[in-house]
Write a protein that binds this ligand. Sequence first.
Ligand code: AMP
Ligand code: ZN
Ligand code: ZN
Length: 398
Amino acid sequence: MKRLIAILLLFFAAAPAHADEDARTPVTVLVSIDGFRADYLDRGLTPNLSRLAAEGAHGKLRPSFPTKTFPNHYAIVTGKRPDTNGITGNNMIDPRRPDVKFSLGDAKQALDPFWWDEAEPAWVTAGKAGVRTATMFWPGSEVAIHGVRPPDWLRYDEHIGNAQRIETVLDWMRRPAAIRPAFVTLYFDTVDTAGHRFGPDSAEVNAAIAEVDARIGDLVAGLGALGQPVRLLIVADHGMHATDDARVIQLADLIDLPSIIAVETGPYAAIEPAAGTDDRVYAALLKPHDHMACSRREALPERLHYGRNPRVAAIICIAEPGWTILAGPPAYPVKGGAHGYDNQDPEMLALFVASGTGLSGDIGIVDNIEVYPLLMRLLGVAPLPSDASGVLAKRLTK
Ligand code: AMP
Ligand code: ZN
Ligand code: ZN
């Protein structure tokens, strides 16, 4: 009898572990397809994304200004616009560190928490709340923000192919329950890269769209084979606008270049007078121009929610969509595609697809900061205060 009880006790002790393996808890996967313009979904090239959109929800994300990669990836995972999340550009100078410049290509600065600590991304807050996280790339995920990195993260390397990125995520999901992530980020750069080099209407962009769509298909199939329930949020950071050499604004035609520091050029320019203050610079730039509008940072239109952070340069010039602002010869060919324009430009609108989240139908145009409260709701973690209204999270039916 005693033996029977002992066996029964062993059986029941083992039961929860079995139940755990059989019934997997859902994983939330936040996917970014960099530069996937909202209307790329209508090109008939994306059977997987289109099916997920039809079964779940879809819409268009309005990026935050400036419509660049780092500010918008950080906006999506913090719910804060660039002015409040601290990542005010792909390139920026902070008056508290006047001798250095943040830029995505400069690992020393890009990996320094100083630049990121003005906000807290979802993986840090979720991690603190006991949710296991893993990042298959995301701007900021390599940085110990507020002292925390995800337990699984990789140093950004664009040579790690899209198929390998999917395999990495699936490998994480093959782990035993105790070390399996419940929140994963995944990032693809190839659609953006093709958009810059060949323009949004090119065969190369179409090929990149179709390839990433196939990888999303692999992810969904791989998770299905594991019996792993998933809540997928698939987003982009901004769209893409065609550009060419005929539509160029040379700042040198307006002001002698040594008198300015061009922190950023392209679809928008961030400009500091080199001397700290220089009335000639303001006079030359703040007057009306044919294909760009410049303003002091404190006088930018309110709808841009931009200019209060000390990291925003003294003068911000925004080109008419399709135009390129240069300070000297271009660093890379102008002809192709670009983003960074006013976030009201329809061609800056970005992809949004949600599947398995309880969200359904066409959600229309939504500010990208609204993804954050939705994400936190899916993770079951209280969101930190943010700039978001919660309009998207409120649409959840469960
Ligand atoms: P953009 O200049 O706004 O088009 O930035 C897009 C580029 O950012 C892509 O070509 C990526 O290679 C690069 N990128 C994306 N994530 C990271 C990262 N975590 N670290 C450095 N560069 C990145
Ligand atoms: Zn981007
Ligand atoms: Zn880009």
